[in-house]
Ligand binder design. Structure first.
Ligand SMILES: [Zn+2]
Ligand SMILES: [Zn+2]
Length: 645
């Protein structure tokens, strides 16, 4: 057999023959010197590889050759991953190459990180120093070079460098050959690709320091993780950093504390929310609104217990499929019980408590059901990721023929909810995944039912191919907040699995038992996550109808305390939520407190207001409304509350 000359096919259709082992950069240079300056790496037959690496193939057919520049979607993650090498090198230069043990350094959605084992801890105060060192490495414009070597050689190399984490990673690689990357003195075990040289990184910023367990396993070593980000353009970096600042100002964890809505307590346990009175009031308002809207739409409210015999989760398949999310069993009179991870089995049990006729369908059971799922402490995040949360859950039991109408009405309800709370949203239709149960025909019918419902509703939606759950297709609605971030909101999930497993039927007109169709759905998601997103969306400045305290009356002097209480009472009589601040503070201090608490209406009553039977009204977002009678004030407030704006 002769030596195969690799052939390259370019996007314009040209085919070149090249010598085996030719560097990708040589090929790009022949295309154009200018392109070489812009090139970050290349894509050869769908695989990204370095400019500095040779093109190898044993195949006779031409390889698709494409030059990646910063205009390509893949470019940013290559830049960011390369940045993680540069950062790791900087850390090694500062703290001593022999003292810094390298773990892993991937690019992530908004940047990159690297995990280190360091002789001492780090804080954000250390970041400027590391950034400065990175600038030096960038100025040196060191080329990234790749070396393909035998795994045993790589093992010897990293052993001599005492990089023990790399040895563990090597142990898990099955290939005989691995790639090792260097720039300057920095060596890393990596698949690549990288930018051609360190000088190609221009706009970056280190963002934060966190602890992270090696391999995400809390039984292993705690490592130091440094997060950073990088962009090709300064404007992009600047606007990202600005967005981060805005997000920080809206962080629901900070707001939750400042507004006294909720807290976490290490003695209670991580990921378990304590709702304080004001947060409790906010939940109450939302839950009442939610219930009323469900009653209007033919839902029935049910309650199911927080623990249940393990048997039911065997039948449902949760024990088998989701065991990692379930808490350990507790034994009660010799029977294993579990904390409830999902509400569905309870609702099915209610449905099955008697024989159901087609005349009763659809049946819609709604429950604000609190469920418990295990999450590693490392991934818990305020209200957004918790260990116990309340789903605004409902299950619809219907016939195949009713499915379309039912889905349509859930889409309408979701739309109504999103609009009521001031969210824009995006809809995704998640279709059949690779692994699934049920026949193709049933899947197609259900997917079409979802599609038709979306089209009847007249909504734009995107297909999320293969994004469905193994037991049925679903509609995901992502709510968009004020910073244009998308959050998981309503979901509508068709299920072929549980009706089979639990043998859930109805008696059809011909007297025969037929399998029911089941829909799981939430229209907010979970109360915890929804409230977290809501707080960030409004930056804590909730619309009047949601504000736990809608108005506060501030007497200028204690002589006006009685009058202040009178005003408050008149507003309370109309179900407005009002407080009086009778503390012995100065008026400016009381106003400042009220503003910090983000109370929508500040009502000031002094001697003159009392004499004329008026209140001075200040609306948080609108400024001074002047001196009004209680009747005028009531009219304004009640109308604003009704409009939900
Ligand atoms: Zn790398
Ligand atoms: Zn369910």
């Amino acid at each position: 057999m002769g030596v195969v000359m690799p052939k390259l096919r370019f996007p314009d259709g040209d085919v070149w023959e090249i010598k085996k082992g030719t560097l990708a950069s040589e090929v790009v240079r022949r295309l154009s010197e200018r392109l070489l300056k812009e090139a970050l790496c290349v894509r050869v037959d769908g695989v990204l590889q370095d400019l500095n690496a040779p093109i190898e193939t044993d195949s006779d057919s031409p390889l698709e050759f494409y030059v990646i520049t910063e205009r390509d979607a893949e470019a940013l993650s290559v830049l960011r991953h390369s940045s993680s090498h540069i950062m790791a090198d900087a850390v090694a230069r500062i703290f001593g190459r022999d003292k810094v043990k390298l773990a892993i350094g991937p690019s992530i959605e908004e940047g990159f990180y690297y995990d280190f084992d360091l002789p001492h801890s780090l804080s954000t105060d250390d970041l400027p120093k590391i950034e400065k060192e990175m600038e030096k490495i960038i100025a040196e414009n060191l080329p990234f070079t790749m070396e393909r070597m035998k795994k045993s050689d790589a093992y010897a190399l990293f052993k001599s460098l005492e990089q023990t984490y790399k040895l563990e990673l090597l142990d898990e690689i099955e290939d005989e050959m691995v790639t090792v990357y260097r720039h300057g003195e920095f060596v890393d075990l990596c698949r690549g690709p990288h930018i051609p040289s360190t000088g190609r990184l221009k706009y970056f910023k280190l963002l934060s320091v966190a602890g992270a367990y090696w391999r995400g396993d809390e039984k292993r070593q705690m490592l130091v993780r440094i997060y950073g980000t990088a962009f090709f353009k300064k404007e992009e970096l600047d606007s990202y950093l600005k967005k981060l600042e805005e997000a920080k100002a809206r962080d629901h964890r900070v707001l939750g504390k400042q507004l006294d809505y909720f807290s976490f307590n290490p003695d209670i346990g991580p990921g378990l929310v304590l709702w304080h009175p004001k947060g409790g009031m906010l939940r109450h308002i939302i839950e009442n609104f939610w219930k009323e809207e469900h009653f209007k739409r033919g839902y029935q409210l049910v309650y199911t217990p927080h623990i249940a015999s393990e048997q039911i989760y065997k039948t449902s398949g949760h024990l088998e499929k989701y065991s990692e999310f379930l808490y350990a069993p507790m034994e009660i009179e010799g029977v294993a019980y579990r904390l409830k991870p999902m509400n569905c089995p309870g609702h099915i049990a209610i449905y099955k408590s008697k024989k159901r006729s087609y005349r009763e369908l659809p049946i819609r059971y709604a429950e604000l059901g609190t469920v418990y799922r295990f999450e590693r402490s490392g991934v818990l995040a305020g209200l957004l990721r918790v260990r116990g949360f309340t789903q605004d859950d409902a299950h619809i039991f219907c016939t195949q023929e009713q499915l379309g109408d039912e889905v349509l009405s859930v889409i309408r309800l979701s739309d109504f909810m999103m609009k009521s709370f001031g969210f824009k949203y995006k809809i995704f239709l998640a279709t059949r995944p690779e692994k699934y149960i049920g026949t193709d025909e049933v899947w197609e019918r259900a997917t079409n039912a979802l599609k038709e419902a979306l089209e009847r509703f007249g909504a734009q939606y995107e297909i999320d191919p293969g994004g469905g759950v193994y037991y049925g297709p679903k509609i995901d609605i992502k709510m968009e907040d004020a910073l244009e971030r998308l959050w998981q909101g309503p979901t509508i999930q068709v299920d072929f699995n549980l009706p089979e497993r639990f043998d859930v039927n109805y008696v059809s007109p011909d007297g025969k038992e037929k399998r029911v169709v089941m829909v799981h759905r939430t229209v907010l998601g979970s109360m915890e996550r929804f409230l977290g997103v809501l707080l960030e969306h409004y930056g804590g400045l909730l619309p009047l109808w949601l504000a736990p305290v809608q108005a506060i009356v501030l007497p200028v002097k204690s002589e006006q305390n009685d009058y202040a209480r009178e005003i408050a009472q008149q507003l309370s009589d109309h179900h407005l939520r009002v407080l009086v601040n009778e503390r012995n503070d100065t008026l400016p201090a009381k106003v400042r407190d009220a503003e910090l608490e983000k109370i929508p209406y500040i009502l000031i009553v002094g001697e003159r207001e009392k004499a004329e039977n008026l209140v001075s009204v200040r609306r948080k977002t609108k400024g001074q409304l002047g001196r009004l009678s209680v009747e005028e004030l009531l009219k304004i407030m009640l109308e604003e509350e009704r409009e939900k704006k």
